[in-house]
Design a protein around this ligand. Sequence first.
Ligand code: ADP
Ligand code: F6P
Length: 323
Amino acid sequence: MKRIGVLTSGGDSPGMNAGIRAVVRAGIHQGLEVVGIHRGYQGMIDGEMNVMGPRSVSGIINRGGTILHSARCMAFKEPEGRAQAAAQLKKHEIEGIVVIGGDGSYRGAHALYTEHGIACIGLPGTIDNDIGGTEYTIGFDTAINTAMEAIDRVRDTAAAHDRNFFVEVMGRHSGYISMITAIAGGAEEVLVPETPTDIPALVELLREGQRGGKTSMIVVVAEGDDAGNALEIAQKVANISEFKNTRVTIIGHLQRGGSPTAFDRVLASRMGVRAVEALLEGESGKMVGIRNQHMILCRLSEAWKSHTQFDPKLLNVLRILGT
Ligand code: ADP
Ligand code: F6P
């Protein structure tokens, strides 16, 4: 193998740049040429790619976003789109690729591998931490710290005015960010997509908090909760209770940006180095993960077959400590 490509795909996450840097420099260290593919699979189809030298990734380890840009590309979901992409890779003599993205990006990489024999290794890049096979994804740690800081700030004003707040965090299909930030931020309750939300029970929990002497409370809501978003939930609570004067804060995309934490930088760096090694070992259709502090390889399909499971024990911790 002489030439490999690297791309970022799907929702960006802090630490993707550290991953790009690691793939570029580890590849060069191993005597490979590394090509940066811009705008995810769209750039692969369009041939938007160029060789990256070691200086092209200087000064990016501390930056959020992705210097290669990311995209969602409908054409790649079709066999014709993937054939165009494979033709571009062959034209640019790219024999293997490292895809930094979420499970959707892996489905694409898996199809490219099975249909066109392009060797591919995935790095888990998503703030959601919902990918099977790995205990952590690149960007999760930064996102939960950003959300936690936001909750700390909300708590100050909530306490000053004796107000209750609903704070919405990201996670369309996963309650992991919300659960962890709720515990870290000392919230009273969390509402997640994985468990049905019971509005009357939530009202009772808030009343219980008041009876226990609380003058302000925080409920963290995952954006994909089954009862609706934070605004809708606040309205539903107001409709059936005395809690009419709550405030809603939506942290939103603030969680996807910003300088990555040390944890995410090191995770992405280790994963990038391992991905290059894996390609040189002849591996393909696999993802680099971290388990018990060790870099591991698992099948790409594990990413979507065994999504990280919701842990009810964490909910228990929150409930015990939020009384
Ligand atoms: P993420 O990688 O963060 O999960 P998406 O689900 O949006 O993000 O997927 C990113 C891109 O991966 C899509 O825009 C598409 O180009 C490609 N992709 C997603 N699902 C598939 C699929 N089933 N087959 C082929 N390509 C896919
Ligand atoms: O997958 C990461 C994520 O940030 C989710 O938590 C969120 O639901 C989604 O992406 C939002 O994506 P976008 O704003 O790109 O549509």
